[in-house]
Design a protein around this ligand. Structure first.
Ligand SMILES: Nc1nc2c(ncn2[C@@H]2O[C@H](COP(=O)(O)OP(=O)(O)OP(=O)(O)O)[C@@H](O)[C@H]2O)c(=O)[nH]1
Ligand SMILES: [Mg+2]
Length: 314
């Protein structure tokens, strides 16, 4: 893991001396910025320079280990460090981080972005109230209305009053075919009924996945559906411990990617990085509000870096 350290000095040259003194002449400079104290602090403190640096690149991987796997670990370290720093309140003034840090984050992000391309049948799973149905509607709208694809919807959420109506309303507004599957045995038929759809989006009910029975039910649905992609929908308002529990609860379904929701309600962009690191799943989309279909974006490395470094969430 790459240990990113922060150094402060009155000017850049003294900051770099500090870096070299501590990490040696080959230290990797990830970014520098000038911090101007604001408010009362401006009377007491001068502006200073902050440098983020890491020890020199690690030695080559031991024989037998893949260099790719090694690079992955190093970059993962950068993400963890940044997540920690950002969530602990080091704010990035707009444009204050310089290129090297941005490039490091973009490189890190590029390895963690996925897409639903090529997946015909996509199943959304996740904890109660995560935003599964809303996200499904956003995905459907983007694909059907913006891209003109034939999209069909299935809901398996028949246990709660109003749940079918929720999905049905979206389907009717967008004029999309949809069907309901009461249980695993009905799923095959529901999927067949949407035979001409290029994309089938399958919603599941919000259940407490710490209960084994709920996990088994959704596993039975997945076995019957045989989806091409299982997407774990996780709200960014979830704490790290709960994210670990979610990751472990859904492990049996072998999720192929994650959609992180409610960035607009999260404490900050560090939550996004933190969740990505904890889940270890390719990031497919991020949602930023309740509006269908506007409040969703599909990550590119540049956008992700902008979100993380500049705190731009929309
Ligand atoms: N602020 C915010 N709210 C969101 C977002 N996505 C969904 N919501 C809201 O979260 C609530 C739950 O959304 P649903 O889509 O019903 O969540 P769900 O996962 O289908 O819920 P269950 O089926 O009950 O498990 C609704 O009030 C949504 O409007 C988001 O990105 N930001
Ligand atoms: Mg729902």
């Amino acid at each position: 893991m790459m240990n990113v350290e922060q150094f402060q000095a009155p000017d850049q040259s003294r900051a770099l001396d500090l870096v070299r003194g501590r990490l040696g002449p080959d230290a990797v400079i990830l970014g520098t910025r000038t911090v101007h104290p604001k408010g009362w602090a401006a009377l007491l403190k001068r502006s200073h320079v902050e440098v983020f640096a890491a020890p020199p690149s690690p030695p080559p991987p031991p024989p037998g280990a893949s260099s790719l796997a090694f690079a992955h670990l190093t970059e993962r370290g950068v993400g963890e460090e940044l997540a920690e720093r950002l969530s602990s309140g080091i704010e990035g003034e707009e444009g204050a981080f310089e290129r090297p840090l941005r490039l490091a984050v973009e490189k890190w992000a590029r390895q963690r972005i996925g897409s639903l391309d090529g997946a015909r049948c996509v199943m959304l799973v996740g904890p109660t109230g995560a935003g599964k149905t809303t996200t499904l509607a956003k995905l459907a709208a983007r694909e059907a209305l913006d891209e003109g694809r034939r999209v069909g919807l299935i809901t398996t959420d028949t246990t709660r009053i109003g749940a079918i109506g929720h999905l049905q309303t979206y389907a009717e507004i967008m004029d999309l075919p949809w069907s309901v599957a009461e249980d695993a045995s009905a799923l095959g038929e529901a999927k067949e009924a949407l035979g001409t759809s290029e994309r089938i989006l399958v919603d599941t009910s919000g259940r407490n996945f710490r209960h084994r029975g709920s996990r088994e039910e959704v596993a039975a649905l997945a076995r019957a559906l045989r989806p091409d992609a299982v997407v774990l929908v996780v709200p960014l308002t979830t704490g790290a411990d709960e994210i670990r529990i979610l990751r472990d609860s859904f492990e049996g379904l072998a999720p192929t990617g994650t959609i992180l929701t409610k960035l607009d309600e999260a404490a900050g962009p560090g939550k996004l990085l933190g969740a990505m690191d904890l889940l270890g799943l390719p990031l497919l989309a991020v949602t930023t509000g309740q509006m269908v279909p506007d409040d969703i974006w599909f990550p590119g490395a540049e956008r992700l870096a902008k979100v993380v470094l500049e705190g731009v969430t929309s």
